[in-house]
Design a protein around this ligand. Structure first.
Ligand SMILES: NC(=O)c1ccc[n+]([C@@H]2O[C@H](COP(=O)([O-])OP(=O)(O)OC[C@H]3O[C@@H](n4cnc5c(N)ncnc54)[C@H](OP(=O)(O)O)[C@@H]3O)[C@@H](O)[C@H]2O)c1
Length: 263
């Protein structure tokens, strides 16, 4: 991080990876805008930041496009622009293609993909006017290959890669950086809140998350990658191997993915 105070807007900052990124960037003396639905949890994160006085909360529901647009307008009128926009807020899935009602597919796309597009379209013009800006996208390794019981989630994360790689290609010469982050299994509450076939929460801590690396370790890697202006990073343990298997040994990917027990 350079010496000037950066304004960083983090979505999904009320828990998990977003919360830990807030702590790390606050230690680096950045000014933070924290968003998520749960205002009390955002307040808790703000209080626990190294510099709570350099931190504001803007609650919003990413499932509500009008609310997302309105919040972006409020941020713009209060701060003019942001230096780093972190699309981290999101929801996972635990249900098969055959069982999942279409409303669940649409909801996951709205929260995990379209909300980020709305925010980006609001912030990009001011970033371009300043010839400077960094968009950080928290995707997943499920954004790089399909995975059982994650159809809409994987689709939303794949969509992010297409959109933000294109955004980079169109705008990097005008000073816009993009970092796409692909975590594997991280110890957070993501599986508890994941949607099932009818939109009810899964409500369980999955084995994968329970044995994942900590959100703190993940946030540390993300902040470091942003500083180095990395384009795409993978964070996790042996599950990251599947990224390379899909890329270099696709036949093996198809064999392995078909043996995964759907949970
Ligand atoms: N943990 C993993 O293993 C893993 C792996 C790959 C990718 N990721 C990605 O990492 C990101 C962060 O997830 P996490 O693991 O830190 O899980 P988490 O602890 O459940 O955090 C999810 C965050 O997203 C927010 N959020 C969810 N639905 C929202 C909505 N409708 N409107 C506004 N905010 C909403 C939550 O806040 P509120 O509930 O307060 O709204 C929370 O702050 C997600 O994009 C996830 O897909 C996680």
């Amino acid at each position: 991080m350079e010496n000037e105070k950066k304004i960083i807007w983090i979505t999904g900052a009320s828990s998990g990876i977003g919360e830990e990124m807030a702590y790390r960037w606050s230690k680096e003396n950045c000014f933070l805008i924290l968003s998520a639905r749960r205002e009390n949890e955002l307040r808790r994160v703000q209080i626990n930041c190294a510099h709570p006085e350099q931190c504001v909360i803007f609650p919003m529901d990413l499932a509500n496009p009008q609310e997302v647009e309105h919040t972006a307008d409020k941020v713009l009128s209060e701060f003019g622009s942001v230096d780093i926009l972190v699309h981290n807020g999101g929801i996972s899935q635990r249900s098969s293609v055959a069982d999942t009602i279409i409303e669940v597919d649409r909801k996951i796309m709205e929260i995990d993909y379209f909300s980020s597009v709305i925010l980006t379209k609001k912030m990009l013009p001011v970033m371009l006017a300043k010839k400077k800006g960094h968009i950080v996208v928290v995707s997943s390794i499920a954004g790089l290959f399909g995975f059982p019981m994650r159809s809409a989630y994987s689709a939303a994360k794949h969509a992010m890669h297409g959109f933000y790689e294109t955004l980079w290609a169109e705008n990097h010469k005008q000073g816009i950086d993009v970092t796409i982050v692909c975590p594997g299994r991280i110890l957070t509450n993501v599986s508890l809140h994941a949607l099932t076939k009818d939109g009810t929460p899964h409500g369980e801590m999955d084995h994968g998350q329970a044995n994942g690396i900590t959100a703190e370790q993940c946030a540390k890697r993300i902040v470091k990658a942003v500083k180095k202006r990395k384009k795409e990073i993978y964070i996790g343990r042996k599950e990251i191997g599947m990224v390379y298997i899909k890329r270099y040994l696709p036949y093996l990917y198809y064999k392995l993915v078909s043996t995964i027990k759907p949970t």
